[in-house]
Design a protein. Structure first.
Length: 144
């Protein structure tokens, strides 16, 4: 897998990848999420390719205190081949180079498969509760 920075032309493929991986939700417009990330720390928006086909993504962030990761996706036909772990290793490498001491990852509690994946990479469940408040409502739906 070749890992590179997201390019604007990747947008349709990334959205399709997220849909294929069941990552889209009606309250998050994927085009807006991509545009927001492309305008802030775009060098931390990673995609993976195999034989020229975009098949993985990860949005990484660092605020000076903690790192974050969203939209880690590996196309279903490429899963369980080490690509997700490789993408996470690259995200960790980049964050370490920025001086990031810890990476926090949000996973839905119902997603046992993904929780197991992160646990095998050395990410135990933190005893915290995530709270959130939408500041800007996305008006579109994921199917538009």
């Amino acid at each position: 897998m070749r890992i590179r920075q997201f390019a604007q032309a990747d947008t349709p493929q990334v959205i399709q990848l997220w849909k294929d991986c069941d990552l889209t939700r009606p309250w998050n417009d994927p085009e807006k999420d991509i545009a927001r990330k492309a305008s802030y720390q775009p060098e931390l928006f990673l995609v993976g390719e195999v034989e020229g086909k975009l098949m993985a993504s990860a949005m990484v962030g660092y605020d000076g205190h903690r790192g974050s990761k969203f939209y880690l996706a590996v196309g279903p036909q490429f899963q369980r081949m080490g690509y997700g772990a490789a993408l996470m290793k690259e995200a960790e490498r980049i964050l370490i180079s920025l001086g990031c001491p810890k990476l926090n990852i949000l996973v839905r509690t119902s997603n046992a498969k993904v929780l197991k994946f992160y646990n095998t990479l050395g990410y135990p469940v933190d005893e915290v509760v995530s709270v959130g408040k939408r500041l800007i409502a996305d008006t579109g739906t994921c199917d538009e």
